[in-house]
Design a protein. Structure first.
Length: 113
């Protein structure tokens, strides 16, 4: 199963962590993995190329079956960035609704320091 955790501050998403591979005994598990990868990677590159965020202000780490992306400044409050995160979340939730054994999406509120 793939699990995507969306990190929020005051109910505004500023990052996510995707880990695991979609599993199941059906022919759709690879489609689910590819869909999750497409949505999460598109978000990352859209933050850079569409929104023009500085790559140094975005923490990212990737390895097999794992991707974490976190915006390290207040840029997550911009409307264009909020729209990108909302679109990614919508896509992930639609996949999860169709394939609940393969994908879990949760939101985690992070306390401000």
């Amino acid at each position: 199963m793939t699990k995507v955790s969306l990190y929020t501050k005051d109910n505004v998403t500023f990052g996510f962590e995707s880990k695991g591979h979609a599993t199941g005994m059906d022919e759709y598990e690879e489609i689910v993995c590819n869909g999750v990868s497409a949505l999460t990677q598109t978000l990352y590159f859209s933050l850079l190329e569409v929104c023009g965020l500085d790559e140094e202000k975005i923490y990212d780490y990737q390895e097999d079956g794992y991707l974490k992306v976190m915006i390290e400044d207040d840029a997550y409050l911009r409307e264009d960035v909020k729209t990108l995160f909302s679109s990614m979340e919508l896509g992930l939730r639609l996949i999860s609704k169709q394939f609940p054994i393969n994908l879990e999406v949760i939101k985690l509120e992070v306390q401000n320091d």
